[in-house]
Design a protein around this ligand. Sequence first.
Ligand code: ATP
Length: 238
Amino acid sequence: MRPFLSLKDLQFEWQGRTGFALSVPELSVAEGEKLFLLGESGSGKSTLLSLICGIITADAGHVQIDGTDLGALRPAARDAFRADHIGVIFQMFNLLPYASPLENILLPLSFAKLRRQRVENPKEEALRLTSALGLAPELVEQADTRELSIGQQQRVAAARALLGRPRLIVADEPTSALDATAQAAFLDVLMTQTQAAGATLIMVSHDERLAQAFDRCLDLSEIAEVTRTSPRAMGGPL
Ligand SMILES: Nc1ncnc2c1ncn2[C@@H]1O[C@H](COP(=O)(O)OP(=O)(O)OP(=O)(O)O)[C@@H](O)[C@H]1O
């Protein structure tokens, strides 16, 4: 069976002075699979997720999602593909400070025709998701996004990624700012929503305790080779 996501002979090096290069000979992820990628800080987890999402493109090799080779798309087409098919929970959330939490959650639908078509009532669905994540409706509709706690921002970012049931959910350390109770609730919503949408989930973290809920756990070092040619990439002084 054709994998939903496949990486083949992937090579990427950050330009500039960090001297960090990553290569992934092969990775296949089945449709609907929930994959946990474990790696210590600086091991290249965010870099790999950015390659999978097409936010950055490989120097060589292929990233294929459901048969589409991201490297073969022009930048605008790659952005449109990501908007339609991939829900991304970024490590730094990337919320717009001057939009309300609700506006932040609804924003991706304006760029993603396919995701928009899957939601009958976007506001209602956004409030349902945030309520499941433990955020009160008043906060979601009225709060000043700049004044949300890190944990609240993390949950707004999760709702934004899940709305419209994208086929791939990519999450970068999404529970790092949450306490144990909120972490459990967050993973529960993530799993339930992913399952309901039949989506594929890839989550990276340094915390292997989170791996239990996933179908498969891989250590990044099992699939990727890293080269560091500068002291900056080895945790040296910046
Ligand atoms: N925009 C960039 N430009 C240059 N080098 C970068 C850039 N982003 C990351 N790097 C380098 O790539 C390496 C891996 O970083 P990455 O963020 O992928 O690791 P990570 O495993 O996600 O780390 P963490 O868990 O701390 O977020 C680091 O050495 C970093 O300096």
